[in-house]
Design a protein around this ligand. Structure first.
Ligand code: AMP
Ligand code: ZN
Length: 520
């Protein structure tokens, strides 16, 4: 066995590619990586760009685990507080959840909580269909308001925050390191708005500095509100992530990630909040995923190039996009979305999707050939088996080296495919795959699936689990009744059934072909 490669990532804080070193070990001496990745705002279906970023996190976790680490992985769900103007740092505009409820699509929901639940379920379903690893904890902002209020109080006590008539603000000049992640510290530039927006969006003229950002918004008319020592209202978007990261992973975490747009202001503000509160470094490394474009353009609904996962994976009858070849195999979409290195811009095209589908087919064929050869085949020529095993070990080692090298997925995927092609070429020889060769091939496919998630073995296992559940019939009946209640717009009954399903420890996922479920 070759030595495990060192895992290197480009750290946004230093702008250098550096070794990622877990700072703790567990009782057995296993390195423990503490990793937080910003999750979606559940006001709509997540799009393929969002999933490119979630997949970067997924690949970090898989690579860490392939290196023998324990990875404690937390990714949140933002279900309150993310405002339409949050990219200009002082939290102006409308809450995205409330705006979604007021839109045409929002008419299908009883209230904002129902909307959040629907899009969270849809997210989990897409997450699972693309084979993403479930985080160890997936905290929701609405379930951590108490902790966020405590953080605001702590920041006020330490002189980093102050109250106005409209809310509580973090006072940026009280934290001299502000700007260390993004380079944006200059007051004039910020006063013009990071996204070029003007200061029209300043909501509160009594802010002491234009850079100050909201920790708490007072709003007794808001659809989602909590009581706090500073009045009824809701927490600022930046606060949830630093508070939940520290709650589940500790004061200093090893790695924090998200899409490139989050560098500023979201992550800059997270650093300020967390470090002002504890006096300790918040995240030792930061990783940001460059944006995905579609056919060379920014995704937008008006251009018709805005693609959700279900647009591509559902059948045309269920709303899939025929012009994009729907239904596309979800693992082909996954393969496509990870085919470019996360740090480089990525252009999703129809041609690239077709190529990914072809490559994905090679894994399906290799798996089929291995299963057909089975365990009871002939013993075969030991030299051929040994040769195959060596080739596959090399291919896997190259794939892991590629991943450890700043998640160089093009290199890793090429190596992994080389192995699958070798399996197919042995299988297609007159003697085919012997039983020991099939076993070596299966081990390879399993390792590649663990590292890259493109073979489909994990999905097979998950399906079997559900049908074997002793409560399967009862759960299916509850789901059908809930579906009926939703169709009848009997929200109270749908909610009651939902609670019953929850109490059984079940997560419901609304898929294009109807709801399915799994154990939490
Ligand atoms: P949101 O639901 O808007 O909070 O976004 C969820 C995640 O997706 C964040 O980490 C964003 O930075 C990321 N993201 C948004 N648009 C894109 C895109 N086009 N390509 C890659 N990542 C994106
Ligand atoms: Zn976040």
């Amino acid at each position: 066995m070759p030595d495990a490669p060192s895992f290197r990532l480009r750290n946004t804080l230093t702008r250098e590619v550096e070794p990622l070193v877990p700072s703790q070990t567990d009782a057995d001496g296993t390195p423990v990586l503490r990793f937080y990745s910003c999750g979606p705002t559940v006001y709509s279906y997540a799009h393929v760009g969002n999933f490119r970023t979630f997949l970067t996190a997924d690949l970090v976790v898989r690579t860490g685990r392939a290196l023998g680490w324990r990875v404690d992985y937390v990714s949140n769900v933002t279900d309150v507080g993310h405002l339409t103007e949050d990219d200009v740092a002082d939290g102006g505009g409308e809450d995205k959840m409330a705006r979604a409820l007021a839109s045409k699509e929002g008419e299908a929901f009883a209230n904002v909580w129902d909307l959040a639940r629907h899009y969270t379920d849809a997210l989990l379903s897409d997450w699972r269909s693309l084979g993403l690893i479930e985080p160890n904890v997936r905290p929701r902002a609405t379930e951590h308001v108490r902790e966020q209020i405590r953080a605001v109080e702590g920041l006020m006590e330490r002189g980093h925050a102050y109250e106005t008539e409209d809310g509580v603000y973090f006072h940026v000049p009280s934290f001299p390191d502000y700007g260390k992640l993004s380079g944006n510290s200059d007051a004039e530039r910020l006063a013009a708005g990071a996204a070029g927006a003007s200061r029209e969006v300043v909501q509160d003229e009594s802010k002491r500095d234009p850079r100050d950002f909201a920790l708490w918004k007072k709003d007794p008319g808001h659809l989602m509100q909590w009581f706090s020592p500073f009045g009824w209202g809701f927490p600022g978007w930046h606060l949830e992530c630093s508070v939940m990261a520290q709650k589940y992973l500790g004061e200093t975490i090893d790695l924090h990630g998200g899409g490139e747009d989050l560098t500023f202001p979201h992550h800059e503000c997270e650093i300020a909040q967390a470090e002002a509160l504890t006096g300790e470094p918040f995240a030792r490394m930061w990783i940001h995923t460059r944006f995905l474009q579609v056919e060379g353009e920014k995704m937008s609904k008006s251009k018709g190039n805005f693609l959700t996962v279900r647009d591509l994976t559902a059948t045309p009858e269920e709303g899939g996009r025929e012009d994009w070849g729907a239904p596309v195999d979800p693992l082909a979409l996954r393969l496509l979305l990870i085919s470019g290195q996360y740090g480089k811009p990525f252009n999703l095209t129809k041609k690239a999707l077709a190529d990914a589908a072809k490559n994905r087919q090679r894994y399906a064929e290799a798996l089929e050939a291995v299963r057909e050869a089975g365990e009871s085949g002939p013993a075969g020529d030991p030299e051929i088996t040994e040769g195959l095993r060596e080739t596959l070990d090399d291919a896997y080692a190259d794939a892991l080296d590629g991943m450890a090298d700043d998640l160089n997925t093009p290199v890793a995927l090429a190596a992994a495919l080389r192995g699958a092609n070798t399996i197919l070429s042995v299988a297609r020889q007159p003697d085919g795959l012997s039983a020991p060769a099939a076993q070596a091939a299966m081990e390879y496919l399993q390792r590649v699936d663990d590292l890259l998630g493109i073979v489909g073995l994990a999905a097979d296992g998950a399906d079997e689990d559900d049908s074997a559940d002793p409560l399967a019939e009862e759960i299916d009946a509850l789901l059908a009744a809930r579906q009926q209640a939703r169709e009848d717009k009997d929200w109270a009954r749908a909610d009651a059934l939902r609670d019953e399903i929850d109490a059984l420890g079940i997560v419901v996922m609304d898929t294009p072909s109807g709801p399915t479920w799994r154990r939490k």
